[in-house]
Design a binder for this molecule. Structure first.
Ligand code: SF4
Length: 340
């Protein structure tokens, strides 16, 4: 019988596990400490657990951490790690050091169902959700884990399409029994799927980023098929109900595609649809990749776009490209080729 993983279980699940083995309930808290706050890979290292407890755990469970199977380093210092997500399946995580910050861009699915036309992951199709163990393993098994200051769920997959695992992962990341991270060090990016988005907004205080990419519904649908079933307008109406004026942040992600979404009319419309939400807009250069004919807007176009948004009092950042040479930049993650 295959042994179950303990790493990735919430405190409630650990309690259920230890009670099921006839161990005292407080063992669950000790286990959480070892799993999430310390660096162990074997039960024998859990020295404050009785020998009997360790033997019982060992019979049915493994800790369940697995190191990346491949590392690629960019000339700008960004690193891309490949993790196994099942037989012949892989996901990528990008480690992005930047002065006093170090961000991990992590994945939540192998591939993605959303099929966004500008995204390399979208082109690869969908092969499965990551479970909580696989989501958190990208952090815990990262060689640079002790340097991490920020996490962004902007890698492969759509978090709202795997919400229950994402919510458990966020619980473990932000709880005192777990990684005890501030939710304001975590950003989750979505195309805006309801009602999952509402649940995420109601139950967490994690920053939100929404893939906007075009303020006109008809045009957005051309590059983001999900717009037809899940209009951005509906997601924005929900977001308006939540507090993004204080500590929690909302950002609109906008990939600049030449001749498609980069005119002054688009900039003005974007400002209009965001007028009721305290927003930042991240303008992202389009990263060209095989299988897509789009080109990035010119630097001048991007600056003009930014100026229009600034004139409407919207804070706008032109996102620096990181890891483009190793296909770790925004929209480039794909593990399709790895199967070979
Ligand atoms: S942009 Fe995000 S939601 Fe769209 S296909 Fe890529 S990974 Fe999926």
């Amino acid at each position: 019988m295959e042994k179950d993983f303990l790493f990735g279980k919430t405190l409630a699940e650990l309690q259920e596990t230890v009670l099921g083995l006839g161990l005292p309930k407080f063992t669950a808290k000790q286990l959480a400490d070892w799993l999430y706050k310390k660096d162990i890979t074997e039960f024998d290292q859990m020295t404050n657990l009785s020998k009997k407890a360790r033997a019982l755990l060992e019979e049915k469970f493994v800790v369940g951490l697995s190191a990346p199977v491949k590392e690629t380093v960019s000339k700008d210092g960004t690193k891309k790690y490949l993790f196994s997500s099942g037989e012949n399946r892989f996901v990528e995580a990008a480690y992005i050091p930047d002065k006093d910050r170090a961000t991990l861009c992590l994945s939540c699915q192998t591939g993605c169902k959303m099929g966004c036309k500008f995204c390399n992951t979208g082109l690869q199709g969908f092969a499965g959700n990551l479970n909580v163990n696989q989501i958190l393993n990208q952090i815990k098994s990262l060689p640079e884990k002790d340097n991490l200051t920020n996490l962004v769920f902007m890698g492969m997959g759509e978090p709202m399409d795997n919400l229950q695992n994402i919510m458990k992962a966020l619980e473990i990341l932000t709880s005192d029994y777990g990684f005890a991270m501030s939710p304001h060090r975590i950003t989750l990016s979505t195309v805006g799927i309801m009602p999952a988005l509402k649940e995420f907004l109601d139950k967490t205080d994690v920053h939100l980023a929404v893939s906007v990419h075009n303020p006109f519904a008809k045009e957005r649908a051309e590059i983001m098929p999900i717009e037809k079933a899940q209009p951005l307008e509906r997601a924005l109406m929900e977001i308006e109900k939540h507090d993004f004026r204080h500590q929690r942040r909302f950002s609109a992600e906008y990939i600049m595609i030449q001749g498609f979404n980069d005119t002054p009319t688009h900039a003005r419309k974007l400002a209009e649809i965001l007028k009721n939400i305290p927003s930042r807009v991240n303008l992202i250069r389009y990263h060209e990749h095989p299988g897509s004919d789009f080109k990035s807007s010119s630097e001048i176009r991007i600056r003009e776009f930014q100026e229009i948004l600034n004139s409407k009092n919207i804070i706008t950042t032109i996102r620096a490209s990181r890891g483009e040479d190793i296909f770790a930049a925004c929209g480039l993650l794909s593990t399709k080729e790895m199967k070979k």
